[in-house]
Design a protein around this ligand. Structure first.
Ligand code: ZN
Length: 110
């Protein structure tokens, strides 16, 4: 899995599902053994990290993972939330409302 692929998926989903409401985040590769991905505010700019080695194989998983982080990004940028480690009511509502592709919901460590 290449970082450029993740960026392309983000652009595609932003256009198709979010009407390009989200910014283009700073996306970087992570290396560790315990987390697949994250999205956070970094001094007013959205940042995402993806563990290119840990990402499960299969396009559905990759798309669902990027979509998951984009829902956190939506919380940050549109709803003004700050704690993207939570998967509370707002996260679940965003995930459901924009999920026109019926992605499965992964919670663990993403
Ligand atoms: Zn999450």
């Amino acid at each position: 899995m290449k970082l450029a692929t993740i960026k392309n998926i983000h652009r595609e989903l932003n256009n198709d599902l979010f009407n390009n409401a989200l910014s283009i985040p700073r996306i970087h590769a992570m290396r560790n053994r315990w987390i697949y991905a994250y999205c956070a505010d970094d001094n007013g700019e959205s940042a995402m990290g993806f563990n290119l080695r840990l990402i499960p194989r299969g396009w559905l998983c990759v798309y669902a993972l990027v979509y998951h982080e984009m829902c956190h990004q939506y919380e940050l940028e549109i709803l003004g939330g700050s704690d993207t480690w939570e998967h509370g009511k707002n996260f679940r509502r965003v995930y459901r409302d924009f999920n026109k592709r019926n992605f499965p919901l992964y919670f663990e460590r993403v």
